[in-house]
Write a protein that binds this ligand. Sequence first.
Ligand SMILES: [Zn+2]
Length: 295
Amino acid sequence: MVGRLWSLALIASFPIPVACDAALPDASGLVVATSEPDAPAEDAPAEPKDAAPPDAPKPAPKVAKPEEKKPAVVPAQVVGSSARAAKAAPCETCRGDGQATEQRQGPARETVPGVRMPGKVNVEVRCKKCNGTGLSHATRLANEMKDFARQLARVNDSDDRWSAASEKVLENLRDLTKFGASAWSGLNNNKLRTMISQNKDPIGEVVFFVGRVGSDDVVAAPEGGMALRSVTISVGGRSAVLERPLVMDAEVDQTVLCGGVITRRAAEGGGFVIYIDRGYVVRFDGPANDLNGDR
Ligand SMILES: [Zn+2]
């Protein structure tokens, strides 16, 4: 598709007007066909209006979308990926309890008359795999979190189904926050702090981290476009800005799990600030407040 458009663009810029006229109707027909397969081509004979059944979906307005944009994700897909992340969260060893059973040597027992064997007892210990947090440290969880954020960033939020779907996404995110802020910050926050400050521009990286909501405002867009919601998150002395968050359940001063796709980084106030577009911000309940390092 990209290749074809590219060649069409070449033809369009070709100086001979005849070639241009010949190519353009085809070009607009192509663009319309990809976004609305049922719409008749521009030069096709018009069908009588009453031929369509009365309950047929209305044809979408013929507006060519920017070609660099990837196709939108339907809301149900985002629900699915958030559910997969929630399912991947509990530690595989302790199943999310944070505790493991260990066999230790107990008092000797006489199993056979005259023979004393060392006895064994089961004791509950802190799970070593997750350090007692119950949260998985496996790569799989990180991958599912990133998958979810990528899909969320591309969801068609003007779809009527998004409102109900976003509630389900929030439920899945709440399941994730049950492990507590300390567990989550131990997973990825160091990496995020490095990513903010390092020389390499982190644009395009998908991140998740724990922070604290500093402000929640509606600000003018950088290009002078429409105003947008902008949520500032402080992360261990550094800052991230969540622009146009699609799932937001938090207030100023609350500790949150948040993430998304980094769209730009700017030098502000003597350091870098990363910007995340169309991400998520969800508060921790209860035990989150015992978090110490990442305010
Ligand atoms: Zn565990």
